[in-house]
Design a protein around this ligand. Sequence first.
Ligand code: ATP
Ligand code: MG
Length: 541
Amino acid sequence: MTEAAPKKEQRRKFQAIRGTRDLLPPDTALWNHVEETAHAVFNTFGFGEIRPPIFEPTELFARAVGANTDVVSKEMYKLHGDLESFRDRAIGESNRPRTPQQLNMSVVMFVVFVGALKQALDSQELTADAESLRTIEKLTSLVREGHKRWQASQPTGWGTEWPEFFAECQRLAIQISIESQSLRPEATASVCRAYIEHNMQQLPQPQKLYYIGPMFRRERPQKGRYRQFYQIGAEVLENVKPDPMRDTAKELAKDAITDAEVIQMVMTFFDRLKLPGVQLEINSIGHAAENCRRGYVALLKSELEKVKDKLGADSQRRIETNPLRILDSKLEHEQPIIATLPKIADHLCDDCKTHYAAVKRELELRGVFYKENWRLVRGLDYYMRTTFEITAQGLGSQNAVCGGGRYDGLVELLGGPPTKGIGFAIGEDRLILSLQEAKDQSLVTSHQPPFVYVAWMGANAYAAAVHAAKDLRAAGIRVELPPVEQKFGKALERASKLGAQYALILGDNEVAEGTWTLKTLADGTQQKFTEPHLLDFLKKL
Ligand code: ATP
Ligand code: MG
């Protein structure tokens, strides 16, 4: 029987969604090399790997990253928004009592909403506490009743009872907490959530954790900017015990050492990878206090007000919402203005000054080169003191491969105990792009095992070839065993096409004699071995 030709839509050619991409061989070898290097280097600094889930409650990111940031307000991938959008529709529809059609639609939308609620509860996509459950039950029976009444009377106007009915439906609907979930746009929030959830403050402090994995942001895709991208990041979290005898000077010195160690770890990692043109920039953004950052921001605001007319629209808006971010501006015509603005370094409190000086000293002690950049800021409130960014070559305007900073207080903001934190996130895609631009792929190939193509001819040789392949593979050597007999010329051609370094020549004669020939494809030289010697030789490569 022949199958019917597929319909046009069945022949649709699928493509990866814009902003996502397939990572393919041979590139994936470089990805693996990068990740293996991260595991190795981070382990030498005493970090352990954490693998948090890739989706979490939306609320977690809203609170940790900040509801007003672009990342959260515009770029998050929300999952099952159905319930929320049904609720929004039902509320929106029933808000403006006008036409009978709207009345009908309002009833229908509430019916849909309670139906969806039931389904979500049954499938456990929605979990509700006892109170929420009671509210859902109340709403459901109210809506059912209303629906019946509506069917019975087919009302042609809103009268007074329907606005009252919908007001009550809305009141109940709003009370139901529908927890939306989102794909993670970053992982610091998850690590902090995990620290709290697993009571890690009871483990030896600090906890040093790192992660590798995909992140999701709905950004405009371009070179070095994707909607699914990968980060390699690390966090150091340390519980702060209440201690009336706390020695502030000691604490500051200790924190500075932690910061420097973390920065040194990233730099060691980049160094190990031979990442070209690495530049570390550091800054201190003080802490949120009147005699420190808050005072500085107030001063900055008043200075910005004076030059407001000369700034672009974005910066004008940010004077109110986020003046620090203006320092980050890349607009050509704003540069001379920004250059005249007050610098935070001149307005740090004594503790923050002491800490910053210590970080620089500690970096110098470790031989880590840095450049100070007073305009390096992080837009979020909880960041404090140390901030840093690392750029690399060959990336155009998306040249930041790593961003990091100290965030004491974030764990507490997420409902955990008082905790200090510092961490960074490396953009793995950009890191790989930069390594590829450098065209020094030797570091990739040098990690490949020897690659042997088995050129066999004859039935006896085939059996020997199968055994040889098994032994060589067990020794970690890459072996290509062709499934069909090939003439030697053809076999050698295919071996070099695949990129093999050696061809193992196995004819019935060789097998009978017990001496096998290994041909080095690069120069055509040949060597004869007995099988055990051959294994020894290849293993030593
Ligand atoms: P950028 O200024 O480049 O947008 P960011 O401040 O949004 O970066 P962070 O949230 O600090 O970046 O993330 C740390 C690193 O993750 C960045 O330095 C970058 O290398 C990488 N990164 C961030 N967003 C993307 C993306 N959409 N695609 C690829 N890499 C990204
Ligand atoms: Mg960004």
